[in-house]
Design a protein around this ligand. Sequence first.
Ligand code: EPU
Length: 428
Amino acid sequence: MEKIVINGGRPLHGSIEVSGSKNAAIPIILATLMVDDICVIENVPAISDITLSLEILAAMGCHIRMLSRNTVEIDSRGAMGGVSPYELVRKMRGSYYLVGAELARWGKAYVGLPGGCDFGVRPIDQHIKGFKALGAKVSVEGRYIDAKADELKGSSIYFDMETVGGTINVMIAASLAKGTTIIENAAREPHIVDLANFLNTCGAKISGAGTDTIKIKGVERLYGSTYAVIPDMIEAGTYMCAAAATGGHLKVTNVIPKHMEAVSAKLEEMGVGIVENDDSIEVVSTGELHRVNVKTLPYPGFPTDMNPQFGALLCLADGVSCLTEGIFNNRFKYVEELKRMGASIKVDGSTAIIEGGVPLSGAPVKAVDLRAGVAMIIAGLSIKGKTEIEDIHYIERGYDDVVGKLRAVGADIKKVIVPDQVQLEKAN
Ligand code: EPU
């Protein structure tokens, strides 16, 4: 087992580069399955969810070559569709995009139900509603989604809520359907636009991505292309919070400042200096942070994937803040871990009431999910003393070399191997 050990209390200084977006790279990589050609994807983050996605494609017969650390070539000409490797699929949320891709290319998909972070109930009824609207027969049998269609036909779909996964999955399937599909009440996240741009470079005809109405004119087939994934807005926001929490001065590079507006605005409201450049943001903090209220919402609102990082940051503010979760019904599991560090937080339904200024102290804590894990890092970096974080495999699902990047800007942070308890006992 590995854990992260932090000796905090040092302001972060220097320049930190953001990797490619996890939530754009996963659907782009899985969508190459239906391209039936060779694609080269650049700016791919080196994270375990991507390794898993590539392993799934390889198990389905794609030929994968890493051209560099962050560039992958995927040849899906020899892929065999219809059934996906359950043991790999169940480990990640984004694997549900295989349903859209396999339905589009082979007219059938048999995919294990997705895993991923546990924020309470995470239904996929809207994905299923979309596939059915395109003419597929879909059933959930035990741990599998079984979808079949003689032919996918363009249709109109109105989503009951803004769903990132649902919008992406239907967009993938509809790209090769016969006729035109209109998705209304579509999610507008930058990764949706990125996937549409990728598919369009392969010959798809998608317009309106980034608005609440997306139009997809189905095409006969897609062709290989070379495409670079957008920067990860949540990784960028995480490092911005780390700079704010430590009273540091960080230049966060390889970002699209427009994607960061909700996060930048909240940090400014807290008294943090933000300077936007073309593709970087400078964050200047004195360490004095004002209390604010935050509510997570679909893009362009404040992202739910920044909830835990702000949860940690607001513990350092000068008063009581309310942090309200507007997307998932159980995103506050990390609160118990912050409490181990001395935080004073009360969760009332979907709102965490956070009393800032209560001194935190280093403690052994767990990464209970991906973003919760980096919230522990942010808290740990701000505290004079030692913080140990277990279950860091969650963090590695979505952060490319977080330890190396933070060390390079002055953090005292390292990854250590802890001998497995069972093995130790056996050895004794
Ligand atoms: N929902 C339904 N039915 C559906 C789909 C969604 O009720 O069929 C509900 C969800 O339960 C939730 C809301 O709609 O309450 C929004 O869910 P959405 O579908 O947008 O989320 P997702 O596709 O499951 C993706 C990201 C998450 C991110 C959310 C919201 C991936 C692989 N996952 O999840 O990313 O939190 O969108 O932006 O892209 C992360 O990166 O840490 C992460 C969890």
